[in-house]
Design a protein around this ligand. Structure first.
Ligand code: ATP
Length: 261
């Protein structure tokens, strides 16, 4: 699947913020966006999900205008998980939260139950069906929002900081889920502030800064530019910094890469 963005423009004048993106093609199974707070990453994902309307420019998915693409049964096309799960969750029980989208799709009760159970099991919340989502921890809420999109299994998944607040086993679990989605041909676009995760999972990265795209390329090329890395205010992956200190050239981006080389 190829998402192509051309001359995109969007502004929040009251916040003195505008987003302009001249041209970007997203064709990888897993694409990452990084950048400082307020850079416009969430705004971009909301535009791609249809939660916000484009003010200028065009986005196409496999050559089809995003508006038309989304008009065809939107929730089966694009799924979005919010950065803050509290902005997304609104049902009285965990099971109802996951089942909500499936009901919208008009599935039979048995399929709704089956897909709800499977999605909750995938994220490790199988024992929490009847809990009130507001009684869950922040990381469980985050996992619940991931389950809601998994249950629907759209063509494009947009994840806004999916690893935020997750403990190590949950991060491992979500990473495995992402790999399975990629293997099934789904397209994932992920905002992250976690450079270790980025370096171990993504080939390419897009960097936003003050509403502009300032880098799009290989993760290794980004970290080879210390001035750019400093400008966007991130620390390089720990394995990268350590291997630089040890004089390894080119530095390893991740432990997985070190094991493979
Ligand atoms: N609903 C809104 N109304 C007005 N301004 C907004 C709104 N949402 C976001 N903004 C502003 O738009 C700018 C971009 O915000 P956005 O959330 O897209 O950035 P971000 O890169 O995702 O940041 P973060 O990493 O903190 O999530 C910020 O200045 C923010 O204050």
């Amino acid at each position: 699947m190829t998402i192509e963005i051309n001359k995109l423009g969007f502004a929040y004048p009251e916040a003195g913020f505008d987003l302009k993106l001249d041209h970007l093609v997203l064709a990888d199974r897993l694409t990452a966006f990084i950048g400082q707070n307020g850079a416009g990453k969430s705004t971009l994902l909301k535009l791609l999900s249809g939660l916000l309307d484009l003010q200028e420019g065009q986005v196409t998915v496999d050559g089809e205008d995003l508006g038309q693409y989304l008009a065809q049964d939107r929730i089966k096309k694009v799924g979005y998980t919010f950065q803050d799960p509290n902005d997304q969750i609104f049902n009285a029980t965990v099971a109802k939260e996951v089942a909500w989208g499936l009901k919208k799709l008009g599935l039979p009760e048995a399929a709704i139950k089956d897909q709800t159970d499977q999605a909750l099991k995938a994220v490790g919340l199988e024992g929490s069906q009847e809990k009130n989502p507001y009684d869950l921890s922040l990381s469980e809420k985050k996992l619940l929002t991931i389950a809601t999109v998994l249950a629907i299994d759209p063509e494009i998944y947009l994840f806004d900081e999916p690893m935020m607040s997750l403990d190590y086993p949950s991060r491992q679990r979500v990473t495995r889920i992402f790999k399975q989605l990629e293997a099934r041909g789904r397209q994932l676009i992920v905002i992250t502030h976690d450079m270790d995760w980025l370096a171990s999972q993504c080939e390419r990265v897009n960097v936003m800064n003050h509403g502009r795209l300032i880098f799009s390329g290989a993760v290794s090329d980004l970290f080879a530019q210390p001035d750019l890395v400093e400008k966007i205010g991130v620390l390089p992956p720990r394995v990268y910094s350590l291997s630089q200190m040890l004089g390894i050239d080119p530095p390893f981006l991740s432990l997985e890469q070190a094991e493979d080389r």
